[in-house]
Ligand binder design. Structure first.
Ligand code: ZN
Length: 247
């Protein structure tokens, strides 16, 4: 099976549409989503509805999803994230809030080879930024491969008997990571809707569990249109400007 892997869409409809154009339905069998469908961007209803139309195999809830649908309070958020998530909460249709409330808690196994989560397999709200964070997360793995999001940074942490490395994507459009039988993997596909690794292109991945590999991919999208929508919505302007630099 080939899985389209999407994380941290953050209500960026322009980025999501570019990803779905770059990965047409013939490129994968099922869709899995690692959370944060909404928050920051100007199109929460449209993104939730686009996701629902994909009929995903699994959708894990993210921290922004939880606050936007009222499961959690925004107390832990910084001022800008809080402003955006409260705007999102007011803007989201009741049916879409209901959908966000129904999302699964990670980690969740997919097939017999990998699992998905939002933050870390140990804790849905934990961040995996570096090798030290990954070392803790590796202890919580129940499958050889775990896909996670939350940091908005594309990376593949690899752990073998004599090997510990963090592989970053190449500058091109596609970086292929091949799964070796005696290694464990923690992989973040990067963010569809708000990349923070200095590459403003939308990030996503396609995992092929029979071939034993994942493609980390990037695609350009009309950033100016997403920025304009954020400004017109009255969201904090920094949420528009950061899209251009991918930070
Ligand atoms: Zn996020």
């Amino acid at each position: 099976m080939r899985y389209l892997v999407l994380s941290d869409l953050h209500a960026n409809l322009h980025a999501l549409e570019a990803v779905l154009a770059a990965a047409p339905a013939t490129a994968y069998d099922r869709v899995v989503i690692l959370g944060d469908l909404v928050g920051y961007g100007a199109h929460p209803n449209e993104v939730v509805e686009r996701v629902r139309a994909l009929d995903p195999l699994a959708v894990i809830r993210g921290n922004h999803d939880k606050v936007a649908c009222g499961i959690e309070s925004p107390d832990e958020f910084n001022a800008i994230a809080r402003q955006a998530v409260m705007w999102t909460h007011r803007r989201l249709a009741a049916a879409n809030q209901e959908y966000l409330r129904s999302l699964e808690v990670g980690p969740r196994p997919v097939g017999d080879r990998f699992e998905i989560c939002h933050g870390s397999p140990a804790d849905e709200d934990e961040y995996i930024f570096d090798g030290a964070d990954a070392a803790i997360a590796f202890e919580a793995l129940t499958c050889p491969v775990c896909l996670f999001g939350h940091t908005h940074l594309a990376v593949a942490f690899v752990r073998g008997r004599h090997r510990r490395e963090a592989r970053l994507p190449d500058e091109g459009d596609v970086t292929v990571v091949t799964f070796e039988p005696d290694c464990l993997y923690l992989i973040n596909p990067g963010a569809v809707g708000q990349p923070r690794d200095g590459d403003p292109r939308a990030a996503f991945a396609i995992l092929d569990d029979e071939a034993g590999e994942i493609e980390l991919r990037r695609v350009v999208y009309p950033i100016d249109a997403a920025q304009q929508a954020i400004r017109e919505a009255g969201l904090p302007p920094v949420l528009a400007s950061r899209l251009a630099v991918g930070r």
